[in-house]
Design a protein around this ligand. Structure first.
Ligand SMILES: Nc1ncnc2c1ncn2[C@@H]1O[C@H](COP(=O)(O)OP(=O)(O)OP(=O)(O)O)[C@@H](O)[C@H]1O
Ligand SMILES: [Mg+2]
Length: 239
């Protein structure tokens, strides 16, 4: 396996994905092919392109929740390089705890767990001890302006924007070197978007890298170091 360059956190090479719809007679739905990109330390690479072109699918393959069809997804884990496209499930889980963090478009959590405990649990999984994890969770929820009255409540009944801020806090609670973000600011108002932009800038300055999707042009312009147009890798466009 080839090594990554110095400061390279992620290199995707010739990645392809075709969904096979088993419930629909095994119909095959090609999505992307030949996806190549890389993310350096301190850099935010944003995926662009129209709806359905395969942006979220690429993020999910990098995060290990979708299986890659073909190609390589090389991730730096200290001195090691892991190919997520070929890693065993156990290895992917370990990587997600320590190295590759993610913020999905919507919060999915276990019912009845308090917001602050959801965030603290993510910090503990990433290696912070109990006290440090609790402090980190509180600091993140405060920065993301979640009212303190909500911290000890489960997010099931929170508004969309409140749930999303818990989701973002959870994604940022660890010390992941690489973060994948799928439209994290879509349901946020201007002040809350600012808080997320500041968090991203801070983590970039600390050397983290981002692979992200933002529909909001203003947010994108402010956080993106590079934009990769996924349409050029799309099987859909060619069809
Ligand atoms: N689990 C899945 N099973 C089958 N098809 C899927 C699955 N996930 C995604 N797809 C299909 O892959 C295509 C790309 O979806 P994807 O969510 O990656 O697009 P996107 O670029 O993120 O779009 P949007 O901007 O609307 O979020 C879509 O046609 C979608 O229906
Ligand atoms: Mg998407």
């Amino acid at each position: 396996m080839s090594a990554l360059n110095a400061n390279e956190l992620l290199r995707v090479e010739s990645l392809a994905k075709t969904f096979t719809l088993h419930l629909h007679g095994g119909a095959r739905l090609p999505v992307v092919h030949g996806v190549s990109l890389s993310v350096m330390a301190g850099e935010c690479v944003v995926l662009g392109g129209p709806s359905g072109v395969g942006k979220s699918s690429i993020l999910k393959m990098v995060g290990g929740s979708y299986l890659a069809g073909e190609g390589r997804i090389l991730v730096a884990d200290g001195e090691r390089v892991v190919d997520v496209a070929r890693a065993a499930p156990r290895e992917i889980l370990d990587l997600r705890r320590r190295v590759v963090g993610s913020v999905s478009q919507f919060l999915r959590v276990i019912p009845r767990v308090a917001a602050i405990d959801i965030v603290a649990a993510a910090a503990q999984e990433a290696g912070f001890d109990r006290d440090a994890a609790g402090a980190r969770a509180a600091a993140l929820l405060a920065r993301l302006r979640l009212p303190e009255a909500l911290w000890r409540l489960p997010p099931a009944t929170f508004s969309g924007g409140e749930q999303q801020r818990v989701n973002i806090a959870r994604g940022f609670a660890g010390a992941h070197r690489l973060l994948v973000l799928d439209e994290p600011t879509a349901s946020l108002d201007a002040a809350n978007r600012e808080a997320v932009i500041a968090l991203i800038a801070e983590r970039k300055a600390q050397g983290s890298g981002f692979l992200a999707i933002f529909h909001d042009d203003d947010v994108r312009a402010r956080v993106a170091d590079r934009i990769v147009d996924v349409a050029r890798f799309s099987d859909r466009e060619a069809a």
